[in-house]
Design a protein around this ligand. Sequence first.
Ligand SMILES: Cc1ncc(COP(=O)(O)O)c(C=O)c1O
Length: 426
Amino acid sequence: MSAPPSAGSARGGEFPAAALRAQFPALERAGAFVFFDNAAGAQVPQRVVDAVTAHLIEHNVQRGGRYARSAAVDAVIQGAREKVAAFINARRAEEVAFGMNATSFIRLVSLAIGQTLGERNEIIVTDLDHEANVATWLALAPLGAAFRWWRMRADGRLHCEDLASCLGPRTRLLACTCASNALGSVVDVQRAAGLVHTVGGEIFLDAVHYAPHGPLDVQSLDCDYLVCSAYKVFAPHMGFLWGRYPLLAALPTFREDFIPDRPPGKIEAGTFVYENVAGLAAAIDYLAELGRTLAARDGGNGAGGLRADCQVAMEGIRAYEQGLSRELLRVLREAGADIYGVTEESQLAQRVPTVCFNLPGIAPAAVAEAAARAAIGIRDGHMYSPRLMQRLGLSPESGAVRVSLVHYNTVAEIHRFRDVLMGLSP
Ligand SMILES: Cc1ncc(COP(=O)(O)O)c(C=O)c1O
């Protein structure tokens, strides 16, 4: 992913964290509680709540009917498709499909690809990924898939130099994350896509963890498939899939015979949660508004449209979050933590503010419990990446402690967390 414009604050001025926090009712109502478990799901702004509520009250009916309420549902879905397309810079809205979550989409695509392996049967997986983007592909072994592992180095990062030896004439697909949900490491997926394409393979990106932290652009990344969980990007619980139109058109997906073999319908068998789709559209509006605010503050007119607004917002978030990463890492070092992954100041662009660590002699669960007593929500365990925990020499059962921040978190909250760490002793 590309490097942010600057570290610590958004281009040219302070990031409006306080004004943004005021838009999140959960933050307002939670009082002193600190949301530091955002990698497991983020809070939603008021406009998302309003959009979900309005949908349920005004047109909670099935789509595809001839009456106005039903037509309104079709319009909500189409509008949301166009907004997601702008958010990720898709070439056309039909490349975006809605559904339950990222895992079910990875399974759907992997099952389809598993039916078309032939001679090109090698799938590359990584030991940095969430297990949802590993086990789903490994499950294709009975269909003839063979596997290559792109392994993380000791610095907690995937290096493209190591990918080259995994590639060959049988490479069908690389399944890899844009950023680690455990270590926060960012992957150079643009370069990885270029390498995979040189041998005629495809790349499937898990953007779930990266999406709330920086701009996504499927055209400049030159990827083939990308999956995302809306509930990590300030929207309700649901997921979406993007794929290049010709690839989606060719995928042998399950659908009833009367459903046309065309995206996105061929990927959306059954009913999905329309009110959450309305909420996702509102979350993108929230980000676009942030983009306009940042552009205006920096002297722009914000007239670039939804895509440009989202890009500015996510660049601003990326820059602000680097300041959060810097302070969080400093506090963890002060507490004597063993931090896994990128820690150097000069490498902050290689991570998002998701940090896994352990305190010597203290069980991860004890750290999370102490934080909970201090009204700070964090997580301990394997983070759904048990292979990664093993690579780190940790037991997948107890794993590590993870603190995961997003743009509505603040340095003051990090200092509350420091007080908890400083109060712990082995
Ligand atoms: C990187 C990553 N990939 C995949 C998933 C699975 O997403 P979902 O819950 O939408 O299936 C998660 C969930 O935390 C994740 O962090």
